[in-house]
Ligand binder design. Structure first.
Ligand code: ARG
Length: 585
């Protein structure tokens, strides 16, 4: 809760006791943000809900509460409205004091976690020998943003890339490459990821059609699992190849991850099954070892199993996740684990969690969140595809965003008759292109599908990255024009709030801390986007109404501080979205 609201709440509870006696000590003041700024900033509905209990009309109760309420340091005198709402309007002096305090704080008044938690964020997690697709892009962007916010809040974050680098597909792939391209298994860089993906598809086809090949592939798996030198080496080369390609995307997105793929947990899988056996949860079904899940049924109403060991002795995706969960809790000391994957894996995680809970592997202090997200759709409303109907390669997608940002920029420069260096153009295009892609993703409620549109995400107007970047640029322009050094506005630079747009902007600036806590809780980055979008709008309204450089002192300096605080808030907020600001664009 924000500190102002907290203070109001405390005072309100004291007033209730003073007015009606100690029986009313725990009553919820029911304070919410006012629905309409006309009514002030906050509103309490408590008088209405107390009417019955007190046997008095709500308006009279509201009046009595106000008589006992001491909030004069925060608000104007509260007023009663309608059937008995109590309205609160924050005093400008109170806002001024708070803004003056955060102005000198490099964290803009956002407190650090008092008891930092060890948090694992499992995100991105593409699969070796397969192309990284838009689902992985979403996971990468959303996961990185969540990790950044938690890190800023002071949590101890471990960013894990749970890459799919293990499993029967490697037997198939190695068997196939031995036949058609043996050098790929012995020489580094013999293939690029595109070739590898093509080989993978052919290997899969061969596997599905050819029984003899299936057997060869299975033997390869056994060899690999047994640690045969040449199989290991082949597997490693395949992984390195993919890894290099993934890294290109991570570099471009400025995302850091620690790779800890499925193979890492391979030695821990037998113990998962053994320990499950001990709990008595394990059931054999047609040779497979599984746990039947509560609340999961197939279309005939039969309970669904979570298979942890197949009849051929092999382990599953779920077994690995069980092992990973245990490792993260026991070895990494995780107190919160966050999985960022498409919504299609919700059942998988629900199943894994249910089994782990029943087995007693999740201590009470450990919080686990699956952070699902929807699909990326093309402008036709169907799954995003290239014009020729293939899956879109992420590198191409990012390149295209940058190229389009560049075209837009060049035409704008021409219109404005500006000459800029190639270096400037390339950098601005890159920042805008990448930010636009990230912001388009983060600004949607992640649970819904979203339509990928270069035109929309690159627009200078609307809830887009360029709009926010532009607000920041506008403020930098003020500093250039007035030759202002925002870092040295001087100790006399104090905020004075008079105009309506100043007050509106000031109140908004003070909400960042609350927004960040809510994202830390609900893991919905779109809230931060919405906050920053509104901040840009409110700043623009202020700047359209209130002269800054032309204002008289002390107002001029006060407004410069408001500009500076806006810029710093935008810079911080955008950096938490993984977006870097521009000084000119
Ligand atoms: N590799 C998986 C995929 O591409 C995502 C892994 C997510 N993390 C996990 N612990 N299962 O769908």
């Amino acid at each position: 809760m924000n500190p102002t609201l907290e203070k109001l709440k405390n005072q309100f509870q004291l007033a209730l006791v003073a007015a009606f006696g100690s029986d009313y000590a725990g009553v919820d003041p029911m304070l919410v943000s006012a629905s309409n700024p006309k009514f002030g900033d906050y509103q309490s509905n408590a008088a209405l809900s107390l009417a019955k209990q007190l046997g008095k009309p709500p308006r009279a109760i509201a009046e009595t509460i106000i008589q006992h309420l001491d909030v004069s340091d925060i608000c104007e005198t509260p007023s009663v409205a309608g059937p008995g709402f109590i309205n609160f309007t924050i005093k400008p002096a109170y806002l001024e004091a708070q803004l003056n305090a955060i102005q000198t704080d490099s964290r803009l008044g956002i407190p650090l976690a008092k008891n930092p938690k060890r948090v694992v964020v499992d995100f991105s997690s593409p699969n070796i020998a397969k192309e990284m697709h838009v689902g992985h892009l979403r996971s990468t962007i959303i996961g990185d943003c969540i990790a950044r916010i938690l890190e800023f809040q002071g949590e101890d974050v471990l960013r894990l890339n749970h890459v799919g680098d293990w499993g029967t597909q490697f037997g198939m792939l190695i068997a196939y490459l031995r036949e058609v391209c043996p050098e790929a298994l012995t020489t580094a860089n013999a293939l690029d990821l595109g070739d590898l993906v093509a080989f993978y598809k052919k290997a899969k086809q061969r596997f599905d059609e050819d029984v003899a090949f299936q057997e060869i592939a299975r033997q390869e798996v056994v060899k690999l699992q047994a640690g045969a030198e040449d199989s290991r080496r082949a597997w490693q080369l395949l992984c390195e190849q993919s890894r290099r390609e993934f890294q290109v995307i991570y570099d471009r997105l400025d995302v850091e991850l620690t790779e800890r793929g499925e193979s890492f947990y391979n030695p821990l899988l037998p113990a998962v099954v053994e320990d499950l056996e001990k709990t008595g949860l394990l059931v054999e079904d047609a040779g497979a070892k599984c746990v039947f899940l509560e609340g999961f049924t197939n279309k005939d109403g039969q309970p669904l199993p979570l298979i942890v060991q197949k009849s051929d002795g092999g382990y599953n995706y779920a077994t690995t996740d069980l092992a990973a969960l245990r490792y993260r809790i026991q070895q990494d000391g995780a107190e919160r684990i966050i999985y960022v994957t498409d919504a299609g894996q919700a059942n998988h995680f629900a199943g894994v969690l249910q089994v782990a809970r029943k087995a007693g592997w999740i201590p009470d202090n450990v919080e686990i969140d699956h952070v699902p997200f929807g699909l990326v759709l093309g402008e036709d409303g169907k799954k995003l595809k290239t014009r020729s109907g293939e899956t879109v390669r992420l590198k191409d997608l990012l390149d295209e965003a940058i190229a389009r940002a560049r075209t837009d920029l060049e035409s704008r420069l021409k219109e404005e008759n500006r000459q800029e260096s190639e270096e400037f153009i390339a950098n601005v295009a890159k920042v805008i292109g990448i930010s636009a892609v990230k912001y388009a993703d983060l600004s949607q409620n992640r649970n819904s599908n979203y339509i990928f549109s270069y035109d929309k995400m690159l627009a200078l107007q609307g809830n887009t990255a360029p709009y926010l970047l532009y607000a920041y640029v506008r403020i930098q322009g003020i500093s250039r024009k007035g030759d202002i050094d925002f870092d040295h506005l001087g100790a006399e630079a104090k905020i004075i709030l008079q105009e309506e747009t100043e007050l509106v902007l000031a109140k908004h600036l003070l909400q960042l801390s609350e927004i960040l806590s809510s994202v830390e809780q609900d893991l919905l980055p779109n809230r931060l986007c919405q906050y920053l979008f509104e901040l840009s709008q409110k700043f623009n309204q202020f700047y359209d109404r209130c002269p800054v450089l032309q204002a008289e002192e002390p107002q001029r300096r006060s407004r410069l501080v408001l500009c500076d605080l806006t810029a710093r808030t935008l810079n911080l907020g955008l950096s938490l979205l993984g977006i870097s600001v521009l000084y000119r664009m």
